[in-house]
Design a protein around this ligand. Structure first.
Ligand code: 26M
Length: 821
């Protein structure tokens, strides 16, 4: 029985055909003969939406009638990818749609290929938010995702002459059939201006914020369809517009152009996603983005609350607000401001509500990623919020810190939400921990480091506030939809319930040594490699052998993720092959996908190096095709869906202690790749689940990294101590890979030597290189490898995002399920 059979009643193939044809004609203004694939795609979406919109309405009715407690997931990023295939699966009509389109002479894959990626996120943090809202709907929990309706998502990456070029992404240029504009829920957002202190007739002091500007937030709703569930939640994204009033005086004074400039400034707020991950630059527009969507979302939450309540006594019982990293932290002083200045509550009551409503997830320990905003910027853009932050800080230092560490001014300075210095800064993470009832990390090891290294004193003050919730990924997208072949093999083996309960896959462990099962499993892997080889040929014009080991590193480009360690090893292999044409190894294809932040010079240099090395290696006949290097341009969710199923080796090689969790590592294992990684983030828990003998762990662990750094790490010792390492580093300075232009790759060597190698690539090189030899040896044992691949895929049920959500519900959110009619 197919996983989708149960709900097929919802729409038969024949009904689906009729519906598509009807929408081609009445919604798209065309017909079967004239429609292009784009129209066929939109008609298919409209057919699905007849089911989706009904359930959306029923879900919101059920929540209103129940006055249900709901989680509000505030995130600057939702990296949704494409929605069509997933919505078809989740509604339970994938087979009907595929067969209907076939009957109409269309291939469902071609039709679904028309959909642009909804790339409203940078990487892990944004994709996690997308998996979480999928799981929340699947588990029938009341939830709203709040974010920004960016006109341009993450830039499209082109490679020209080996270098990254950024092009704007216009995902909704030709319309998006999944979104619904809700003008009835528009909000106004004040900005700039000054604060006036007013004394009322009762002698009480009030604060009035006279805003200097006003912008409008227009909500767009994206339905979030639960897997074979009646629940359809919403992702509500705010678009900024100029406020309604038209300044006729300015216009009459000849200010027509000025008024147009105001309009573009207002629209600039939701124009583009900031393409940084893990680095904060303190740009005014970014702070305005943060405030804009927090203010809109809070007004929306309060409006909904007020439909059933006349005072705020039940607010924190009805609403929990999860902050996805510190990016939406300004929601804290905004809720304080609303409660005190607009609703007339006293400080203590407002504070109690805030501290019972907000919870915070930390996603990184990197110091350059910890958000700090200059006090002067706050004062200019959000003057009232700065006053409130000062008061939160004053009470925290004078009451809590003073009580715990009496008379200790050094400690007060150390823990202050305001960092003193040449430019005074607001420490957003401190504001979160001081306010929120829970702070959580995203993998067991990370959560320990959050307590021990990031917030040790806060943890002494309030140990009960710190939690771990290990990340997860949705099995609907990352197995059912992206790997049909493996999905149906599992359905044959364990039935159709595994997309909810991924631990059911553990049944496959019983067949890990079964020759027939192994063959079937590895045949599927081969099929996916053949499919990927075709993609590689199309995108890079490189021929790769599907019998080679596919060794894949796909993630944002960052020094701590150490793509350059991977590069050093590739160079070492290449050198071994050149020195010894009989060097024993299985054919290997190294595949990269990565975007670099546009201002991150070294990251871009690493992309250039990978491409130049690929040019040389792929065209060198001396090595007889034993080694190939591929850099796939424009890595994104849709490409990821083709890569995870085709991987043999999953590169998870961050410096231990720096990758909070990782989620790609989970998608690889689920699709039967073996992890080659450090003991970092969720790799630790993956190794625990699949067994140490089924992963390749190498390198320094987190304590050893700290110890080496404390003792004074010197990369030159490794350079002079390892002739092969020295040779490959020196190679980067020659013109071997950049004929006629020596030195083009030298910045990498430089960062690893003069630059001090902050992420210990050289320290881990030898161990990494040995681990690769172990990988190669193991791959020669076909049965041994198949066994390990099966065990990996069968043993990662824990990393279902449904489990993560149940953990959030138990430990933080305390929600009840609501079943719509
Ligand atoms: C900062 C400033 C300005 C603009 C953007 C940013 C910014 C954007 C995204 C900073 C960090 C951002 O994301 C960090 C991130 O993706 N962290 C990853 O989160 C994943 C989900 O928890 C983890 O699995 C990864 O280990 C972690 O790196």
């Amino acid at each position: 029985k197919k996983a989708t059979a149960k709900n097929a009643l919802a729409l038969s193939k024949e009904q689906f055909k009729d519906s598509i044809v009807k929408h081609l004609r009445s919604t798209l203004g065309t017909d079967e003969a004239r429609a292009n694939n784009q129209a066929w795609w939109k008609a298919t979406c409209s057919a699905v939406n007849e089911l989706v919109f009904d359930r959306l309405t029923e879900t919101s009715k059920a929540n209103a009638e129940n006055d249900s407690r709901a989680v509000h997931y505030l995130s600057l990023e939702f990296l949704m990818g494409r929605l069509t295939v997933n919505n078809l699966h989740n509604v339970g009509v994938f087979d009907a749609a595929r067969d209907a389109l076939t009957d109409l002479g269309k291939d469902i894959n071609d039709i679904c290929d028309e959909e642009p990626d909804m790339a409203l996120g940078n990487g892990g943090l944004g994709r996690l938010a997308a998996c979480f809202i999928d799981s929340l709907a699947t588990l029938n929990y009341p939830a709203v995702g709040y974010g920004i309706h960016y006109e341009h998502g993450l830039f499209r990456q082109e490679i020209q002459g080996g270098r990254q070029i950024e092009r704007p992404d216009s995902w909704r240029e030709y319309g998006n059939p999944w979104e619904i504009c809700r003008p009835e829920s528009i909000q106004e957002v004040p900005l700039y201006g000054y604060v006036e202190t007013v004394f009322g007739e009762d002698g009480k002091m009030r604060k009035v914020w006279h805003a200097g500007r006003q912008i409008k937030g227009v909500p767009w709703d994206i339905p979030v369809v639960g897997y074979e569930a009646k629940t359809v939640n919403v992702l509500r994204l705010w678009e900024s517009k100029a406020a309604d009033f038209f300044d006729w005086d300015v216009f009459n004074a000849g200010g027509y152009v000025d008024s147009q400039a105001e309009k573009s400034q207002a629209e600039a707020v939701s124009k583009v996603l900031y393409p940084n991950d893990e680095s904060e630059q303190g740009k005014e527009l970014r702070l305005i983005q943060q405030y804009f969507f927090c203010a809109c979302s809070l007004k929306d939450i309060i409006r909904r609350y007020k439909r059933n309540h006349t005072d705020f006594s039940q607010f924190s019982k009805q609403a929990v607000i999860q902050l996805n990293d510190t990016h939406p932290t300004v929601a804290i002083p905004e809720l304080m401001r609303i409660l005190i200045d607009e609703e007339g509550l006293v400080w203590d009551d407002a504070w109690k509500i805030c501290s019972e409503t907000f919870a915070y997830t930390n996603h990184t320990l990197l110091p350059e990623a910890l958000e700090k905003w200059a006090v002067y910027l706050f004062e200019k853009v959000l003057p009232r919020h700065l006053e409130i932050i000062y008061e939160i800080n004053r009470r925290f230092l004078e009451d809590e810190v003073e009580a715990k560490w009496p008379g200790n001014d050094e400690m007060k300075r150390h823990l202050s939400i305001i960092e003193e210095g040449e430019t005074r800064m607001v420490r957003m993470a401190f504001l979160c921990v001081v306010t929120c009832f829970k702070t959580n990390g995203v993998a067991a090891m990370h959560s320990e480091l959050v307590k021990q290294d990031l917030f040790p004193e806060f943890c002494e003050l309030w140990p009960e506030r710190f939690e771990n919730v290990t990340n997860g990924v949705t099995p609907r997208r990352w197995l059912l939809a992206c790997n049909e072949e493996l999905a149906s093999m599992y359905t044959d083996l364990v039935g159709d319930q595994w997309p909810r309960d991924l631990t059911l896959l553990s049944k496959a462990n019983e067949f890990a040594d079964d020759a027939k099962f192994q063959k079937k499993f590895m045949d599927i892997k081969h099929t996916k490699k053949v499919q990927l080889a075709k993609v590689i040929k199309d995108l890079c014009d490189v021929e790769v052998d599907p019998n080679a080991i596919f060794d894949i590193q796909i993630k944002r480009l960052h020094e701590y993720k150490r793509q350059h360690l991977n590069v050093l090893h590739i160079l070492a292999l290449y050198r071994r092959l050149l020195e010894n044409p009989n060097y024993e190894m299985n054919k290997r294809v190294f595949i990269f996908g990565a975007k670099a932040a546009p201002g991150y010079k070294l990251a871009k240099d690493i992309i250039y190096a990978i491409n130049k090395i690929a040019d040389k290696v792929n065209n060198d006949e001396r090595i007889q095709g034993k080694l190939k290097v591929v850099f796939l341009p424009n890595y994104r969710v849709t490409l990821a869906e083709k890569l995870f199923p085709a991987a043999d080796v999953s590169e998870q090689i961050s410096t231990a202690g720096y990758e909070a969790s990782g989620t790609g590592n989970m998608k690889f294992a689920l699709n039967g790749a073996l992890t080659l990684g450090t003991l970092d983030g969720a790799n630790v828990e993956i190794a625990e689940e699949v067994g140490d003998e089924n992963v390749f762990i190498f390198g320094l662990n987190c304590d050893e990294v700290k110890a080496l750094k404390a003792a004074g790490y010197n990369p030159w010792d490794y350079y002079y101590g390892n002739p092969e390492l020295k040779a490959v580093l020196d190679w980067l300075e020659t013109d071997y890979f950049t004929p006629g232009a020596p030195g083009e790759l030298a910045s990498i060597k430089q960062s690893l030597l003069e630059g001090g190698d902050p992420y210990l690539c050289l320290a881990d090189f030898a161990s990494y290189s040995e681990a690769h030899i172990a990988v190669d040896k193991m791959y020669s044992d076909k049965k041994g490898w198949a066994r390990k691949a099966i065990i990996n895929s069968a043993s990662v049920g824990k990393f279902n995002s449904d489990r993560s959500i149940e953990d959030y519900v138990d430990r933080i959110w305390h929600l009840e399920k609501v079943m719509p009619n």
